[in-house]
Design a protein around this ligand. Structure first.
Ligand code: ZN
Ligand code: ZN
Ligand code: FE
Length: 758
């Protein structure tokens, strides 16, 4: 017989870790105990030596999906002759080291009870247990106790209290524990805030949705706007009311089998869809399908998620192939969380409101992921992920990184953890800015962090920069946008020493005051040098050139052909009115409001416009997304355009104009735009690989880091990764934070760490 004691540090509280260990101990016939303490849990097991080894092996290899074990410290003690295995009450503690779990989808046990007529929580929309339910979005303060959550207003009935107090029960210390007797309830209202009196508000909602109504549904991290995804009229009506032109709407379907009716689901997609984080997963559309065309027009993908609250399961139980479940907001505003706010802000959009009285304390959008083989990339990191710390090898001082302007997130660090906030959004929107302030305050409180260092983007006009400049930390740093991008990737991959970064992006403020975005940077410590970049092109009208890609096309054509381009037989020149063209041309020639940019994102826009694939970006990145989708699946056997780098002051300049010239030639010759789109992708892959190899040789640096929004393009990403690896370079990409500006805050924090370490 052997007795082991173990201290397990990490995110192991509030996610059903103790019942899991209890069952594991039973399985291996071990006695002892487990209890929460200030660092995680401590446990003792006693029994047959082999069984103890098996117990720990299983504990280490197969923890719960949301357990995040930082360390297990194990010691052997003399036998104590325990007679059973017990879950003991927690040690009393008020520690700064407890970890706040993210919100978790309903677990299988609760789902079974939800649909079990004999269960006392049969069809109760707020059923939860220690393995599942709301966490981050209802917590106001630490320690994580019911009194510090928005559940405080509901007094538990005797039966719920019994469960809550029983260490053997699945609801032991489940802070949001509730039942129909004592917990939150749902109610249905019309747009005039009149309550609809019905026996079953959810069944009535289903009926209304079936008839084509738009219903605002209060969820976990905010409101959704729901419509029947098969009803084209209803989906179009939602688009008009929400002022959302073509950006795809997310779908929710009851089960994987239903999703397979309209989208291709790989094994990896299935794993992500079913994970307790329940993100939206981007899936290739299946044709034909019954989903309304207006759900994701001009796009080859659907964003789909499975239900994650009991309320969702009840809504989707039988009726729908899928529901559109898009964020409850007007385009560009943050998602609505509050009931009265919902009537105010969504009153003109929704016909009905399915609300409840469990307050959402902190907003949290749905996360969006895409699988690449067995790995995932995050497009939006929010519900289910935040505020789980990202573990780092280096010890960090307490830093606040303020993030970028669009797709803002913030990052706080302490010791070897980086806490990256949920997606906050576009700070130019006032409500988003308020959300930014609240999130900073809230995370500082929850994780007990008082930043001594604040770090921000180099862009003087970012609101996150302005915020940083108003604070009075001990130290304050500014970091170049594209350097922060590659540092975020370096941080999550724990890269030591010098590396080459390919930072491919939409826009970011450069050290020369121009707009960067197609950068090859050599990073070393807190310094970088710019080794290569795309040729500068004028961006007439600044942000308007992002919205209207044809402006970039004119800029590229003028740079390539001077005034002679006007005779070219190009659709873009026929489509855009002559007066408009001449105004923009004057701006380019006279350099009026036409900053220069080396952005690869803008080059994609330019080509999308030349090919007449997209002349108006109705959402961020649309031209590039459509260009990628037009290219054939395989581009390997297409011809490569000639490319050229020339050296100016020791920096390699990539000649974009040479590419433009050949694309125009192909267009004039009547080559299919799909083939041109494919050739463009193939050329970028070959050209960037070639240049990277050259730079790797010159610098003798073999580690290559890829980051920036353009790497959301999977053709480009996988093409470059494959080629570089095949040439013996070590290539790193993101898995923990988005490659877009949502990951910037982590890179900024990494920069600050490097600055103080120097
Ligand atoms: Zn549960
Ligand atoms: Zn109860
Ligand atoms: Fe960026």
């Amino acid at each position: 017989m052997i007795r082991n004691r173990a201290q397990i540090n990490g995110i192991v509280q509030g996610i059903g870790f103790r019942p899991f260990v209890f069952n594991l101990a039973k399985k291996w016939k071990l006695c002892g105990f487990i209890r929460n303490n200030s660092l995680g849990v401590e446990l003792e097991v006693e029994g047959d030596q082999e069984a103890v080894e098996n117990f720990f092996r299983e504990l280490e290899s197969n923890p719960l999906p949301l357990a995040h074990i930082f360390s297990i410290r194990r010691e052997t003690l003399p036998p104590n002759h325990y007679t059973n295995f017990e879950i003991l009450a927690s040690e009393a503690y008020h520690s700064k080291y407890t970890f706040i779990p993210p919100d978790i989808s309903i677990c299988d046990d609760c789902r079974r009870e939800l649909f079990d007529p004999a269960d006392r929580r049969y069809r109760y929309p707020f059923i939860n247990c220690t393995n599942c339910g709301p966490r981050y979005t209802i917590i106001k303060d630490v320690p994580y106790d019911r009194a510090k959550t928005s559940m405080v207003v509901f007094e538990m009935c005797p039966e719920c209290s019994r469960e809550y107090g029983d260490p053997q029960d699945r609801r032991f210390h489940a802070q949001p524990n509730a039942c129909p007797e004592c917990g939150p309830t749902v109610e249905l209202f019309d747009a005039d805030q009149r309550k609809i009196i019905v026996e079953d508000a959810i069944a009535e909602t289903t009926r209304l949705l079936r008839k084509g109504a738009i219903v605002a549904v209060k969820g976990l991290g905010g409101f959704h706007l729901a419509v029947d995804a098969e009803n084209d009229d209803a989906v179009n009506r939602l688009r008009q009311k929400k002022f959302r032109e073509e950006k795809p709407f997310a779908l929710m379907a009851a089960e994987i089998e239903k999703i397979r009716k309209f989208a291709h689901v790989s094994e990896n997609d299935q794993r992500e869809l079913s994970s307790p984080r329940r993100p939206i997963v981007l899936l290739p559309k299946k044709f034909p399908n019954k989903i309304a065309n207006s759900v994701a027009p001009k796009n080859h993908f659907f964003g789909v998620m499975l239900p994650y609250t009991p309320l969702h399961y009840l809504l989707l139980e039988s009726e729908f192939l899928a529901l559109v479940m898009t964020s409850g907001n007007m385009t560009d505003e943050p998602i609505v969380i509050d009931n009265s706010e919902a009537f105010r802000r969504l009153g003109k959009i929704a016909d009905y409101f399915l609300i409840h009285n469990r307050d959402i304390y902190l907003r949290c959008d749905d996360s969006i992921v895409r699988t690449i083989d067995k790995k995932i990339t995050l497009i939006r990191r929010a519900r289910g992920f935040a505020p789980e710390p990202i573990l780092l090898t280096h010890k960090f001082p307490q830093i606040l990184a303020c993030g970028a302007e669009l797709k803002n997130t913030i990052c706080l660090t302490k010791e070897n953890q980086a806490i990256v906030s949920q997606h906050i959004g576009d700070l130019k929107n006032e409500e988003s800015y308020q959300f930014f302030l609240k999130t900073i305050d809230h995370l500082k409180k929850l994780f007990n962090i008082s930043p001594e260092i604040i770090v921000h983007d180099l862009h003087p006009e970012y609101l996150s920069t302005k915020y940083a400049l108003e604070q009075n930390p001990e130290k304050r740093f500014a970091v170049q946008h594209h350097f922060a991008h590659i540092l975020s990737c370096a941080a999550e991959n724990e890269i030591e020493g010098a590396f080459l970064g390919l930072s491919f992006d939409g826009t970011g403020y450069g050290t020369d005051g121009r707009i960067w975005g197609g950068e090859f940077l050599l990073a070393d410590g807190a310094d970088f040098s710019r080794l290569a970049h795309l040729e500068y092109l004028a961006m007439p009208g600044g942000d308007m050139a992002v919205k209207e890609p044809w402006r970039m096309a004119l800029s590229g054509l003028y740079e390539t052909f001077n005034d002679e381009f006007s005779d070219l037989p190009l659709k873009v020149l026929l489509k855009i009115p002559g007066e408009k063209q001449s105004i923009i041309l004057q701006m380019i020639k006279k350099k009026i409001n036409s900053q220069e940019t080396s952005s690869l994102g803008r080059l994609f826009d330019l080509v999308a416009s030349l090919l007449d694939i997209c002349q108006l970006a109705t959402y961020e990145g649309q031209p590039a997304i459509m260009l990628e989708q037009h290219a054939p699946e395989k581009v390997d056997d297409l011809k490569i355009y000639d490319y050229e780098f020339h050296r100016e002051n020791g920096i390699h300049i990539i000649k974009s104009t040479l590419l433009i010239r050949q694309i125009v030639k192909d267009l004039s010759a009547g080559l299919k735009i799909e083939i041109i789109a494919g050739k463009f992708h193939r050329t970028l892959i070959e050209m960037f690989t070639d240049l990277t190899l050259k730079l790797a040789n010159e610098t003798e640096v073999k580690k290559i880091v890829l980051s920036g929004g353009v790497f959301q393009n999977l053709k480009l990403l996988t093409g470059i990764m494959k080629k570089l690896s095949a040439n013996g370079l070590e290539v790193f990409f993101h898995q923990k934070v988005p490659t877009n500006d949502g990951g910037i805050s982590l890179g900024q924090a990494e920069f600050a760490r490097r600055m103080v370490e120097n």
